[in-house]
Design a protein around this ligand. Structure first.
Ligand code: B12
Ligand code: SF4
Length: 469
């Protein structure tokens, strides 16, 4: 609202997506605006990305990179940090919200807040987003830098918090959140009520300059959570049990974006779009029936109960690509991961998807605890055997141990040795089993073997080898 005082300045902190705007920030802003709170958005992520030379832009896509966590970060970006702090402090808003999507953003943000606090110690600084979900992530900030951390969904938590600190005048609203101290003694806020995804206002992205992002593409959210509980999965820990929007709501969102922005390409950011096969079927039929011309892609879980006809319907509804978190082709390892399917189901899903005309991208994890050379060979052999059905390996990673997952919480169950801190980078990437039959070096050797084969078979993939060696 031009001319009106800004209640909250919401800043998106690098590194994050540069192809499309942030969905989480957009959901939050749309909600706060719908209840009369005046929010402005600053996407420092896209700004810094666009202002970086080509050679530096790779730091936005390296998945195992510690670039954003190095001590020299502040020196490298000191000019930008000073400039960002200056601009943020010149905003008339007393409340500054920061969206951190990965742990990497925290290091950048910490430097930024140092500068903001020096200029204006009275700002109320609220940090939220998936990147500050865990206590060890929040601990990276020194005491006193952040006023409040918001944990989980931000809409109701932020509404309640703004009411509690007197920025939003609504007596009922302050019941919507609770404030508590985490293990670090830091003040945290979470919503006290669950909300229906359908009840949330449409994320309309009007605070974002869509022309800045590198793809004419918008993120869409149909469901949160997951129907499975894979033991290495952080997404599941973060987003909880499965719940979804109604089909009519999802179609309303799509139509809105087509009409308002002329955008017809979408990425579903859901952990899986096939959590409810009946709804998926109905969605596809509805898109076809209403003749909505779109292209979209998303992630599915392998399901033995998905037949070839549903893949054909997906194709007819504009689905161009499916990402499948297969992880490996060994039944023994899939069971240990608690993936909830067998290798034969994965193979059938791949064949059916490709035969329906979809692009097939699979994710592979190398060296899950318990994976022996023969298990790894099954993965290698099946990739070779089904090469013609595979368009890419979308994610090829060494098995890591994300904080908060069962793998992390119960390492003994997986024969993982624990020496020293479990939140150290070394434990995350360089863990080993107690008998040392699975260690970082062995996993890297397997990665090299698979990498070599993928080049030979000319299967596109992101080569992460240099990053870990
Ligand atoms: C979609 C997604 C992406 C998309 C982004 C799409 C977009 N433009 O929005 C893409 C593909 C680009 C992406 C990339 C990466 N991602 Co990603 N991504 C996700 C995913 C699956 C969903 C995020 C989402 O949109 N959720 C829906 C929205 C509505 O919720 P939200 O973002 O959480 O926002 C809400 C709250 O967090 C909160 N909130 C957010 N910001 C703020 C700010 C304030 C002030 C407040 C009060 C509240 C608040 O309110 C919002 C509304 O309720 C999450 C996993 C998950 N299930 O959350 C991983 C996740 C965030 N990604 C992750 C990672 C690691 C990455 C990558 C590094 C690599 C990878 N493994 O994919 C890259 C990094 C990209 C980069 N260049 O830096 C991790 C982060 C872990 C961590 N703690 O560090 C997660 C948790 C997945 C995981 N299992 O590892 N990702
Ligand atoms: S199916 Fe995918 S999102 Fe769901 S728990 Fe397993 S890895 Fe996580």
């Amino acid at each position: 609202m031009p001319g009106e005082k800004t209640d909250v300045l919401l800043t998106i902190v690098p590194p994050w997506d540069y192809e499309k705007p942030s969905l989480g920030a957009s959901c939050l802003v749309s909600y706060l605006k719908s209840i009369g709170i005046n929010v402005e958005v600053a996407d420092l992520n896209i700004e810094l990305y666009l202002n970086s030379p080509e050679c530096a832009r790779k730091n936005w896509s390296n998945q195992v990179s510690f670039f954003w966590q190095q001590d020299e970060l502040a020196d490298k970006y000191s000019k930008h940090l000073d400039n960002f702090a200056e601009r943020i402090c010149s905003c008339d808003s007393k409340v500054l919200g920061f969206s951190v999507n990965t742990i990497n953003s925290i290091y950048f943000l910490k430097e930024l807040i140092f500068r903001i606090r020096k200029k204006d110690p009275d700002k109320v600084i609220i940090v939220g987003g998936p990147g500050c979900f865990n206590t060890h992530e929040r601990k990276i900030f020194e005491d006193g830098l952040v006023s409040f951390f918001v944990i989980g969904r931000g809409e109701l938590a932020m509404e309640g918090l703004l009411a509690k600190i007197g920025v939003f005048d609504s007596p009922a609203a302050d019941q919507k959140c609770r404030i508590f101290r985490d293990q670090n003694g830091y003040l945290c806020v979470e919503a006290t009520q669950k909300f229906s995804l359908d009840a949330m206002p449409l994320p309309i992205f009007e605070e974002f300059d869509l022309s800045l992002y590198t793809q004419p593409l918008l993120p869409l959210l149909w469901s949160t959570g997951c129907i499975r509980t894979c033991v290495f999965c952080l997404d599941r820990v973060f987003s909880g049990t499965y719940s979804s929007k109604s089909i009519s709501r999802v179609i309303r969102e799509i139509k809105f974006y087509v009409e308002k922005y002329g955008i017809r390409r979408f990425r579903f950011v859901d952990n899986l779009i096939n959590g409810n096969l009946h709804s998926l079927d109905e969605f596809c039929c509805q898109i076809v029936k209403e003749d909505i011309s779109i292209e979209w892609y998303g992630q599915i879980a392998v399901r033995g109960d998905m037949n070839s006809s549903i893949f054909k319907k997906l194709k007819a509804s504009g689905c161009e690509r499916l990402d499948l978190g297969i992880e490996c082709f060994s039944d023994k390892v899939l069971k240990a991961m608690n993936k909830g399917f067998l290798a034969k189901d994965a193979i059938q899903n791949i064949i059916d998807a490709k035969s329906a005309g979809l692009k097939v991208s699979i994710f592979i994890i190398i060296g899950f605890p318990g994976e022996e050379e023969t298990d790894f060979d099954e993965t290698v052999e099946n990739i070779k055997r089904y090469r013609k059905y595979l368009d890419e390996i979308g994610n090829l990673t060494l098995c890591c141990i994300p904080f908060g997952t069962d793998l992390h919480n119960n390492p003994h169950k997986y024969n993982i040795a624990v020496e020293g801190s479990r939140v150290m980078k070394d434990f995350w990437l360089k863990w080993h089993t107690k008998d040392n039959s699975n260690n970082f070096e062995i996993r890297v050797e397997r990665l090299k073997k698979l990498t070599k084969m993928l080049y030979e078979l000319q299967i596109p993939f992101k080569d992460n080898l240099k990053l870990v060696t």
